[in-house]
Design a binder for this molecule. Sequence first.
Ligand code: NDP
Length: 453
Amino acid sequence: MIRRLAILGAAGDLSARYLLPAVARLQAQGQLPAGFAILGIARQPGSDEAFRRQMAERLARHAADLDPAARAAVIGMLRYRQADVSDAEQMAAALQPLDDEALLAYLALPPSVYAPAMRSLSAAGLPAGSRLVIEKPFGQDLASAQALNRLIAEQFGEAAVFRIDHFLGMQTVQNLLGLRFANRVFETLWRAAHVARIEITWEETLALEGRAGYYDASGALLDMIQNHLLQLMCLVAMEVPLSLSARDLRDRKLDVLRAVRRFTPEEVDRYTLRARYGAGRIGARAVPAYAQEPGVDPRRNTETFSQVTCFIDNWRWTGVPFILRTGKALARDRQEIAIHFRPVPHLAFEENEATPNVLRLLLAQERVTLNLNVLGAGDRFYLQEAVLDSPLAESPLPAYSRLLLDALRGDCTLAIRCDEAEEAWRIIEPITRAWQAGRAPLREYPAGSAGPA
Ligand code: NDP
């Protein structure tokens, strides 16, 4: 297991909000090896002491529930070096404190710096056995993702690189595998003959929350659907893998991505939707229109809500819509995968209708529910709805801790492979191109509403 972590971009939001808390949780659970060391690198001047003070304050904010001793232990592991990571000499000098042990270099950097940082790391000559973690977004389009993949193949080799999608680190998401592949009752029905549609929804009440710098250049489609929601769709739609090895799992996910229909501009009009929020209220909170948020350039027409209806053209799924939907500043938080089964072919009950069964995986609540029709009270054959509702095991480790641990151990099962990353762009690029040409015009919805009609 790797014992050296270099965070490139250590002064940023991701590092303080997710990475250091993830390390602290591993520390609290005794999962870090003895002698674990962390080196933060960013451009701002600083010293070990100043960085430790700054991170102690941020860790107390973002991991307040953790044992203070675990937080203090992680702060004690920190060192800091100032460097521009796109400068090979500065990078080599910055890595000096990490001696010659294999290291995990976490690129918590703006995406524009991924390639220069990788070139500098390669020029610095990383110790044998070192690995890289790359955050989303992996490229801005297919060509840039392919260029990054070529660079990785030339300089490090695919096996050394972990493309992170933190949704795959969620225990409830992984539980899709348990539900599907260890229960005959679901897997036999898991196909077009029995399923009417599948909805994958990530809706949140959070608005922009000061992240215009990142979000306004990205938007809902690239921030959520291009990566996270397509990955969830892969787990929902994949064929049964031979094993849960990295190769089998990722081969089957890739099959799904390859089978997703590429849209013509007319299909983009028909099957996609984009909108941004106007002024409104979410509970007691007044939210300004997205276009008025500080740092937003309204002429970019960035969408804060996006819906794409995908079709997977293979034997199992032809004709079944997979509705991927995500939005900000909505009335409620709703994060779920819903499998809507078809109605029964013939209903012998004359009194009333049966509601089609729905299996829901509630991602935030870590629950699974199944809506059924049963007989209601009384002496008539009268149907009413019942819901089977079961909690799923909570993970001892949050998503980032789990994925970080995998990368330190060298287990790439939950990392995105190079071909998956490219295939996702082949699905999304026809949509972004058609949107740029004015297809599926941008709509508006009031903040605090259910989204565009
Ligand atoms: P920030 O802009 O907050 O931080 C970026 C960091 O990179 C800063 O510390 C910046 O420091 C440093 N940096 C930029 N250029 C250089 C350079 N040439 N040399 C050295 N350091 C540099 O971004 P985030 O932390 O929010 O995001 C980082 C990555 O993680 C992005 O790719 C983002 O898409 C991804 N991500 C972020 C999430 C989040 O919630 N924040 C969630 C999921 C993914 P300085 O300018 O001082 O050098």
